[in-house]
Design a protein around this ligand. Structure first.
Ligand SMILES: CCCCC/C=C\C/C=C\C/C=C\C/C=C\C/C=C\C=C\C(=O)SCCNC(=O)CCNC(=O)[C@H](O)C(C)(C)COP(=O)(O)OP(=O)(O)OC[C@H]1O[C@@H](n2cnc3c(N)ncnc32)[C@H](O)[C@@H]1OP(=O)(O)O
Ligand SMILES: Cc1cc2nc3c(=O)[nH]c(=O)nc-3n(C[C@H](O)[C@H](O)[C@H](O)COP(=O)(O)OP(=O)(O)OC[C@H]3O[C@@H](n4cnc5c(N)ncnc54)[C@H](O)[C@@H]3O)c2cc1C
Length: 676
């Protein structure tokens, strides 16, 4: 058998157009994978895991998922995840979260499964907010999956404004219990993944009430279903919220409490507590209970980067085998990848995928530092990371949505078919603009931080600015873009600084004119969100440059430099109006950026397929694998799309019979009637 991922490995029977692309690559995709995933070992482990999974038939989809009903999807995703759990100890290092994430996304795909939130949103808050005693009680059981959990925060009436959550947890002095209650229909928990039908436990976020005083949102461990019968416990109403835009292999749910009692020890109390006599022990930081959300947001850049990379792998491979129209040679139609418009559609998004993944690994490390500091009582890093991850989460999810949609359009009609798998990736990824904090709301969180930083700079205290915002106090010195990436950074810094200052000054002027602070904020909100986006895009650019600078292998460094230059020019062009406005950028510079961008597209072209091959997604992960399994087919590594598209169509349930009831019951009588 041939190893699936070896660069330039040419397999008999692969589509010759793709083979030709792989031959032109100037670098080794295995080496690039080491850069993407952080080390030789991590990249190799991913290949080994993919290889091992491909040899276990029960881990493959038993049918093409788009042809399944919702119940069948949930059954199928649950079958796969439980089968996977049996194999896991043999396939991955059980303590390695990245390996777990990789294998789950490979086997389960984007449809979700009833355990996805158990690992990503139930166990982490228990780890972060639970005491050692609470870990002793629940963590082992959760890790062994004796119990299944979810994270129940959002309500029907409130998601963004956590302080107004209406579910109450009232401390009863007489029984030393918390009484959970859902006072109105709006207070029903609504959305939590895996809550609807699968979980028997939940980390519930409720407003803590002691002696009629509201202490705000706190986290409670709550058993919601009987461990034997799986029936909801008395006092609990729980169910599924219905089909969604995507992620339909998971059961997002609702949950209501009718004076449901839990012991005092179920308040997750590593950082805060309620004593027996009702004394409240404050956490070291007001927003300590939000720490779990910072964690998830810190992982979103890398996660979304890989989502976009999957759509691009499908679109770029397909664009290399799809031939349509002519350029100079009229005897053979060209690969659509040769069109400049196609390259402009796809290559900047490839660059963003790399940028997001590089940036994502940095933010994950930053979160780990924060977590270690928090464990030793230091919460000083929280505000910075909250601001940073709020911006990153918003920018990457939005741009990932854009990139995936471009990938879909780049596949023409076949991109619109669910055989492309792109709509499923899109549906899941675009949810990221909403979950873990609605994007506008999170951009405004970062804006608070930027406004404060500008105010510090204005008050002549630039020394108090953290490294992330130090540029807000830099003087404006014109730059010559020809000198390279540093000049691009300086140009971007100017743009971002100017927008932050403009938005802050507008905000101040509004208040000085007598408008209240909140109203003034709202009247400046669009400008403020613009400042946040620019600041975040600058940060992403800087992480890209840092990563490329750190690479030693020359062939890899060269192609990544091309990709980085494409990114720099694309990003700067996109925001150029801000710098043209005040004359910081000249129209000559603007022309230079455009020319650089077009020349970057040409440079990337011979490496395009290998740049996406380097992500090393298996055909299973792209739902594009073996003919006899009839999966989605467009991104196959071997490039044989047409015969597989035909197989896919033949497997449609509609084609299992020649004449459908819709014809016999309605169309036929209609036509007969028309003849009379
Ligand atoms: C391993 C197995 C894996 C399996 C994988 C299998 C397959 C994978 C394939 C696909 C899966 C892909 C995706 C998954 C799909 C679905 C997603 C699933 C889950 C989603 C979960 C959720 O959405 S959970 C709910 C999330 N909810 C939110 O994020 C709510 C957003 N709102 C808030 O966070 C807050 O309300 C707020 C921050 C907006 C405002 O809070 P508030 O208390 O009102 O604060 P103020 O605005 O008044 O600000 C006061 C000051 O506090 C500072 N601050 C706020 N937050 C923080 C913080 N976290 N840390 C530090 N400081 C904070 C704020 O800055 C203010 O400071 P200043 O006063 O100084 O300005
Ligand atoms: C796929 C998916 C999975 C989810 N999983 C979970 C889960 O596991 N657990 C869980 O608890 N929750 C979950 N959620 C819920 C999710 O976290 C919330 O939907 C999200 O935080 C947004 O809150 P909202 O629905 O209240 O939106 P809203 O806040 O009502 O947003 C509506 C509009 O109002 C605007 N808006 C709101 N507030 C402001 C403001 N202050 N300033 C300006 N504009 C504002 C928004 O920008 C948006 O345009 C999930 C959601 C989805 C889509």
């Amino acid at each position: 058998m041939t190893m699936v991922f070896l660069n330039k490995e040419i397999r008999d029977g692969d589509n010759p157009d793709l083979t030709e692309e792989r031959k032109t690559a100037t670098f080794d995709t295995n080496k690039m994978a080491e850069v993407i995933y952080g080390s030789e070992k991590l990249a190799r482990r991913r290949r080994e895991i993919s290889q091992a999974v491909s040899l276990i038939p029960e881990l493959a989809d038993s049918k093409p998922l788009p042809f399944l009903s919702r119940n069948e999807k949930i059954l199928e995703s649950t079958r796969k995840v439980t089968a996977l759990n049996e194999h896991l100890p043999r396939l991955i290092n059980m303590n390695d979260e990245d390996e777990a994430w990789h294998i789950h996304s490979e086997v389960i795909g984007f449809e979700g499964n009833p355990l996805a939130l158990h690992h990503s949103l139930f166990i982490p808050p228990l780890v972060i907010q639970g005491s050692d005693e609470q870990h002793e009680k629940w963590l082992g059981r959760a890790k062994r999956r004796e119990i299944i959990g979810c994270y129940a925060q959002t309500e029907l009436g409130h998601g963004s404004n956590i302080r107004k959550l209406e579910t109450t947890a009232t401390y009863s002095l007489s029984t030393q219990e918390f009484i959970l209650h859902t006072p109105t229909i709006n207070a029903l928990k609504w959305w939590p993944g895996a809550l609807g039908k699968s979980s028997n436990h939940a980390v519930v976020v409720a407003s803590l009430i002691i002696k009629e005083q509201n202490y705000g949102p706190h986290l409670f461990m709550v058993q919601i279903r009987d461990e034997q019968s799986h029936e909801p416990l008395p006092g609990i109403a729980v169910g599924d919220i219905g089909p969604k835009m995507a992620f339909n292999g998971a059961d997002n749910g609702f949950l209501g409490f009718n004076n449901f009692r839990i012991p005092r020890g179920n308040l997750l109390n590593r950082h805060c507590n309620v004593e027996v006599d009702g004394t409240y022990v404050r956490p070291p930081h007001d927003k300590m209970n939000y720490a779990g959300m910072i964690r998830v947001r810190s992982r979103m850049a890398a996660e979304q980067g890989t989502f976009m990379a999957q759509a691009l792998t499908i679109a770029v491979r397909y664009s290399a085998v799809r031939r349509q129209g002519f350029l100079e040679n009229k005897s053979q139609e060209v690969k659509v990848l040769d069109y400049q418009t196609q390259q402009h559609r796809l290559f900047p998004a490839i660059a963003r995928s790399y940028a997001f993944i590089f940036c994502g690994f940095e933010t994950i490390q930053k979160y780990e530092t924060l977590q270690n500091e928090m464990n030793s009582g230091n919460v000083s890093l929280m505000a910075d990371l909250h601001a940073l991850t709020s911006g990153i989460k918003s920018v990457v999810t939005y741009q990932t949505g854009e990139g995936i949609e471009q990938a879909r359009m780049a596949c023409g009609g076949h991109g619109y078919s669910m055989a492309s798998y792109i709509s499923e990736i899109y549906g899941c990824a675009i949810g990221g603009c909403t979950y873990e904090g609605e994007n506008m709301v999170m951009l405004l969180q970062l804006a608070r931080y930027l406004v404060k930083s500008v105010e510090l700079a204005m008050r002549g205290k630039p020394g108090d600015l953290g490294p992330m915002v130090a540029y807000l106090a830099y003087p404006d010195i014109k730059v010559d873009l020809v000198t390279g990436p540093e000049a691009y950074v300086k140009m971007f810094q100017h743009i971002s600084k100017r927008q932050s200052i403009k938005a802050t000054e507008k905000f101040h002027r509004k208040m000085e004119s007598g408008v209240s602070r909140d109203e003034a904020w709202n009247q400046c909100a669009v400008e403020l969100t613009r400042a946040s986006r620019l600041h975040t895009r600058l940060y992403i650019i800087e992480t890209f440059i840092r990563r490329v600078d750190s690479i030693e292998d020359l062939s890899i460094k060269m192609v990544l430099t091309d990709l980085m230059n494409l990114h720099l020019n694309y990003e700067l062009l996109d925001v150029a109006s801000y710098a043209l406005e005040d004359g910081f950028m000249s129209s000559t510079q603007m022309g230079f950026i455009k020319n650089q961008l077009y020349s970057s597209l040409e440079k990337i072209r011979p490496n395009a397929v290998s740049l996406v091959d380097s992500f090393q997604f298996s055909d299973l992960q792209l739902r594009s694998n073996l003919l006899n399994f009839l999966f989605q087919v467009l991104g196959r590594r071997d490039g044989h799309v047409y015969q597989n598209l035909f197989e896919w169509a033949k497997s449609s349930p509609l084609n299992q019979t020649e004449v459908l009831p819709s014809v016999t019951q309605y169309l036929k009588p209609m036509m007969e009637k028309a003849k009379l």
